[in-house]
Design a protein around this ligand. Structure first.
Ligand SMILES: [Zn+2]
Length: 290
């Protein structure tokens, strides 16, 4: 990631970074859903772009506390979208993808110190004994510590088995990614797993439909947009936090500004990038993009 092999145009298209809309552009209060990966000082190069230091992370969490927003987990959004329970005023979500080694350690502690609940989406092939995933090497947490995450206030969701680009898979391979990761987490935790995060955020109408059929109630994407209480249940927008983002960026998002507010239609750049990537996936393996 350090090498920045992908151009700016590609990255912008992938994440839906378009012209910045004013807050509440759709008349819908924005809900920031932050996406973190590693929180360490010395990440492997491939994930460095998406890593924040513990010091940066602490400053972000302090900004969350100062914002007066109510931190909730993904179930609160699911309950709201299903009409079961209203959301608290001005919610905010903190999410963590993949299951890096810092998560059940200093990262969970930093959250717990501030009494902030969070949501962790785990790639089972990267954390289960003998598992395999497409993620490049990095220190990962063991699956055995997932229950500990729950006890510390995190809700656990699936991030597939291998971290594949789901929208490029056959129906059979897609079903495996969705169902096996869910089953592995359910075995480890002893309860149903109801939420999914798409690797790299990549999804399609078929991916969304099969996620619902596999028993997931919500799925988060990337989109680099603010979510809202009218967002799409199977592609909830998240804001990917990069190492270059400042506390002021985080404060802006917490104020409901600095990014578009979902739901919105995919622009032509996003659609073109999707087709390019699907064609390329036939030839090359996937690259990490969140
Ligand atoms: Zn991921």
């Amino acid at each position: 990631m350090e090498t920045d092999g992908r151009g700016r145009a590609e990255r912008g298209a992938r994440e839906g970074e378009g012209p910045i809309a004013p807050p509440h552009a759709h008349g819908t209060p924005a809900i920031p859903v932050f996406l973190y990966h590693c929180v360490v000082d010395d990440p492997p190069d491939w994930i460095a772009e998406f890593t924040v230091t513990p010091k940066q992370f602490g400053a972000h969490l302090d900004a969350v506390v100062r914002s007066g927003r109510t931190p909730v987990t993904i179930s609160a959004i699911a309950d709201h979208l299903a009409g079961r329970a209203p959301l608290p005023p001005r919610p905010v979500l903190l999410t963590f993808d993949d299951g890096f080694a810092d998560l059940p350690g200093p990262t969970a502690e930093a959250l717990a110190e501030r009494a902030l609940p969070a949501t962790a989406y785990l790639t089972t092939g990267a954390i289960a004994p003998g598992g395999r995933s497409l993620l490049p090497p990095a220190p990962m947490m063991p699956l055995a510590r997932a229950a500990e995450l729950e006890r510390s206030g995190m809700e656990i969701g699936s991030h597939t088995v291998t971290h594949a680009q789901l929208d490029t898979l056959s129906v059979k391979a897609l079903a495996y990614e969705l169902r096996t990761s869910k089953a592995v987490l359910e075995d480890a935790l002893g309860h149903e797993i109801r939420h999914l995060a798409y690797p790299h955020g990549y999804n399609s109408p078929r991916v969304r439909a099969m996620s619902a059929r596999a028993g997931y109630e919500t799925a988060t994407a990337v989109r680099h947009a603010l979510s809202s209480d009218r967002d799409e249940r199977y592609r909830i927008a998240r804001l990917i936090v990069r190492r270059t983002h400042t506390v002021a960026d985080v404060e802006g998002w917490l104020a409901g500004a600095g990014a578009r507010v979902a739901p919105y239609r995919d622009g032509p750049k996003t659609i073109a990038w999707r087709w390019y990537r699907r064609a390329r996936a036939v030839v090359h393996g996937p690259e990490f993009a969140g």
